[in-house]
Design a protein around this ligand. Structure first.
Ligand SMILES: Cc1cc2nc3c(=O)[nH]c(=O)nc-3n(C[C@H](O)[C@H](O)[C@H](O)COP(=O)(O)O)c2cc1C
Length: 201
């Protein structure tokens, strides 16, 4: 698919089939993340890909519990989120693989380092869509891994203890119809031509 078309059609998917994502596809998705732009060329992000639906479900329930769900806020009508539908138990929506993107703890408040994690997530999401795999970026990663027993999991997986999870990406095959392109709000982009910039117009 042409890249701009792919970016327009990609949507956050919150209902997945109980069907595993092939390892070869997950490898490509991780590779896409590793090739994201990164501040200072430091390649400061670390990616964990968890391919264990039962454990993902357990962590997803903790993740949902880290959100204040008692607010009246609509995220999506066609792909309801944990804020739209309080009966959803897991913040990972039954996804079959979970990307966990990490940055250095001591730099976790630096906007460029946080940005690096999110551009990494975006690369992964776009590669996934190209491969026919649906996805959803999910927050509350630090809060989720601050819960009791969670650091032990990171240790077990071999994450350098100087790193902390900053964002999740759910991956899986969509259960149901793929949603339509979301229309964009007007007036969000400003183009300044050379004549306008210099005030000659
Ligand atoms: C930084 C970031 C954090 C997000 N966190 C969540 C989240 O915690 N839970 C969720 O269901 N969706 C989350 N999303 C997905 C957005 O809700 C989604 O991108 C938005 O509603 C637009 O819908 P679309 O991706 O289908 O175009 C997040 C997206 C971004 C970029």
């Amino acid at each position: 698919m042409e890249l701009l078309e792919l970016m327009k059609k990609r949507r956050s998917i919150r209902k997945y089939l109980p069907k595993k994502v092939e390892k070869e596809k997950l490898d490509k998705i991780m590779e896409a993340g590793l090739f994201a732009p990164n501040p200072g060329g430091g390649q400061g992000t670390r990616i964990i890909m968890l391919d264990d639906p039962a454990l993902i479900e357990k962590i997803g329930i903790i993740n949902a519990d880290c959100e204040n769900r008692n607010i009246n806020f609509t995220v999506s009508k066609d792909q309801p989120s944990i804020l739209d539908d309080l009966s959803i138990k897991s913040g990972f929506y039954g996804c079959q693989a979970l990307g966990i993107i990490c940055i250095q703890k001591k730099r976790k408040n630096e906007v460029n380092q946080i940005g690096a994690a999110f551009v990494c997530a975006e690369n992964m999401v776009l590669e996934a869509y190209e491969l026919g795999v649906s996805s959803c970026i999910v927050g509350r990663a630090e809060a989720t891994f601050a819960r009791e027993g969670m650091q032990e999991l990171l240790d077990k997986w071999g994450l350098d203890p100087e790193y902390t999870p900053i964002v999740f990406v759910c991956f899986g095959y969509i259960d149901g119809e793929y949603p339509q392109i979301k229309p964009r709000y007007e007036g969000r982009a400003i183009y300044i031509s050379d004549s306008m910039a210099s005030g000659n117009q």
